[in-house]
Ligand binder design. Structure first.
Ligand code: ASP
Length: 311
């Protein structure tokens, strides 16, 4: 099967001055992931490599440069999900893991549970070869300044102006047809300590089912959770595919991936009045994306092999 890869760097009001850095991050993530897929490598290695690039780039809200909580601390969440088995590995409330996706993968591969939080997740990650760091190592100067402005005044979007950032995500299918999705985030800025959003929750911020497709979401977690957005998008994929598969479905559009992505965002807006976006691959590797925020950073490998990035 032909491999496929799509990544995102969050859906928000990305300011003009951050556009180039967002595109460059997506491009580098595609490059790292695609090298693995094009060489016949495993989809889980490809999404881990792509997400690590995005976590390390301070322009995104994941790993280093994550938003700080109301006490000035980073708390990261991440998940990886396997479309063949429906098994996931998820971690929430991480303060000492430089690349939270690695903790999620360790849980996916080695844990009898599917989700661990805080100290327990960090301990498990360390025992399974994921190095820990000092919490301060995840704090970027720009986020610290935004935090100070918010604490001296009150939390407000303009205090973050110039470095609004987004959650990151990736979906990949490899040559063997293995489908994986992943999402990693620092959550929302000035969140209460202990707050967990949609991102690490199966079905909310991430979902993968090889029968239909894989999804990674971004946006206002408290809204995305209400419609279980990633699973909802996969269900839309399933419906549109049934439509195309059936003899009576001749009038259905072939671009089922785009249709499903848009339907999920419409539902988010209609039922929650929330904002966000998502990326997906359908079971055949066709990319789809949609958002109702002013912008979303994303990139995918087109059919002709070219890397497409956009903000
Ligand atoms: N969905 C994330 C959260 O609510 C934030 C984001 O996507 O930027 O934690």
């Amino acid at each position: 099967m032909k491999p496929s890869l799509i990544v995102h760097g969050g859906a928000w009001d990305i300011p003009d001055e951050a556009v180039d850095a967002c595109k460059a991050g997506c491009l580098e993530a595609l490059g790292k992931g695609w090298k693995i897929l094009a060489g016949g490598g495993h989809a889980v290695d490809a999404i881990e490599a792509a997400i690590v690039v995005l976590e390390d780039a301070p322009v995104f809200d994941a790993g280093f440069g994550s938003h700080l909580n109301a006490e000035g601390k980073v708390e990261c969440d991440a998940i990886v999900m396997d479309g063949a088995t429906l098994r996931a590995g998820a971690a929430a409330g991480l303060q000492r893991v430089k690349n939270p996706i690695r903790a999620a993968r360790a849980i996916y591969e080695h844990c009898r549970h599917m989700m661990l939080i805080a100290d327990g997740a960090e301990k498990f990650a360390k025992e399974n070869g994921v190095p820990l760091c000092q919490p301060e190592e995840l704090v970027s100067e720009a986020e610290w300044e935004a935090y100070l402005r918010c604490s001296q005044d009150e939390h407000a979007a303009e205090h973050h102006r110039g470095h609004e950032q987004g959650t990151v995500g990736a979906v990949a299918i490899d040559k063997e047809g293995r489908l994986f999705s992943a999402t990693s985030t620092g959550g929302t800025c000035c969140k209460l300590p202990g707050r967990v959003g949609d991102s690490p929750l199966i079905g909310c911020g991430c979902y993968a089912d090889a029968e239909a497709g894989g999804v990674s979401c971004t946006g206002y977690g408290e809204a995305l959770m209400k419609i279980v957005m990633a699973k909802t998008a996969v269900d839309f994929l399933r419906q549109t595919q049934i439509c195309v598969d059936s003899p009576a479905g001749a009038s259905c559009s072939a671009s089922t991936a785009q249709v499903a992505a848009r339907e999920a965002v419409h539902l988010l807006a209609r039922r929650t009045h929330g904002t966000g976006g998502l990326i997906l691959l359908d079971r055949d590797g066709n990319p789809g994306f949609a958002f109702n925020t002013p912008r979303m950073a994303y990139g995918y490998v087109a059919l002709d092999g070219n890397f497409v990035t956009a903000v």
